[in-house]
Design a protein around this ligand. Structure first.
Ligand code: FMN
Length: 255
């Protein structure tokens, strides 16, 4: 049988492949390439870039790697996907982190006629209200969809804010999907907040399942989660009043 690729690699700008850490809060750096630039900034050796994982990543900005066309077939991922709640202590590599976040919330094509870029997951009315946060062991980061980077919004280990189950607190990556209801303002004001949240749940679940399948197809494991202290999370990151917690997800290396 002909094998299908799990995801088609898209033409994300070559600049995304450059692994330069833009703003450094601790002197650490990670990235797939541009070692000369990174070395000049940090004094680290290129060997370190290849060994750093989410257990070490603590810079203010993380420049993610371009997703590679790797992994199992889509058929295999669909056959194998299952919720996992036990993970090894291993962190995710930059490539693994990058792939999961791109699958969840990355750009896969430009918008038509100057419209904003379109993402890997569908979104009702193409409003893209979901903001995607990565909770890493050293900080909470906002995923910048267009730039394919992470920006630290809260330093420190805040995995307690990412869920209510023990495995969450030691997992290398928890993703929090947050709805910005401002996306509907002026366009669909007739929608009640309950309807807006219902639609946001669907958008977030599509993103989450993209990440589930990418994780499964690339040697990782994951679980979709509703159980999380969403209000506490939003307060801790100083979220605008239009933000609502929608969904969470844990990703790690299976035991
Ligand atoms: C919307 C949604 C919310 C979920 N919330 C949680 C959760 O908070 N904690 C958890 O451990 N599993 C959660 N799950 C995972 C389900 O328990 C799991 O999908 C179900 O048991 C079926 O197992 P499977 O995913 O391995 O096929 C959630 C799944 C979905 C779709």
């Amino acid at each position: 049988m002909k094998k299908l690729p799990i995801f088609l690699l898209v033409a994300i700008a070559v600049t995304f492949a450059v692994g330069v850490v833009c703003a450094l809060s601790t002197g650490a750096s990670f990235g797939a390439s541009s070692d000369a630039t990174s070395d000049a900034l940090t004094g680290t050796s290129s060997d370190q870039y290849n060994t750093q994982t989410t257990n070490d990543m603590n810079s203010e900005t993380i420049v993610l790697a371009t997703p590679a066309e790797t992994g199992a077939t889509l058929l295999h991922a669909l056959r194998e996907r299952a919720s996992t709640r036990e993970y090894s202590a291993d962190g995710l590599t930059l490539e693994q982190l990058s792939g999961v976040l791109w699958a969840a919330a990355g750009v896969n094509r430009p918008g038509a006629d100057g419209a904003p870029a379109r993402l890997t997951a569908p979104s009702a009315m193409a409003l893209y209200p979901i903001r995607t946060y990565a909770v890493l062991p050293h900080g909470v980061y906002l995923y910048n969809t267009d730039a394919h980077t992470l920006t630290c919004v809260l330093e420190g280990d805040h995995r307690r804010l990412a869920g209510l189950q023990d495995f969450v607190y030691s997992a290398p990556l928890n993703i929090i999907y947050v709805a910005d209801l401002a996306a509907y303002k002026g366009r669909y004001d007739n929608l009640s907040e309950a309807d807006q949240l219902r639609i946001c749940g669907m958008d977030a679940m599509a993103q989450c399942q993209n990440a589930n399948l990418w994780a499964c197809g690339n040697g990782m494991a994951s679980v979709t989660r509703l159980m999380a202290p969403g209000t506490e999370f939003l307060a801790a990151i100083g979220a605008p009043s239009t933000y609502r917690f929608v969904l969470a997800q844990t990703v790690g290396i299976p035991q």
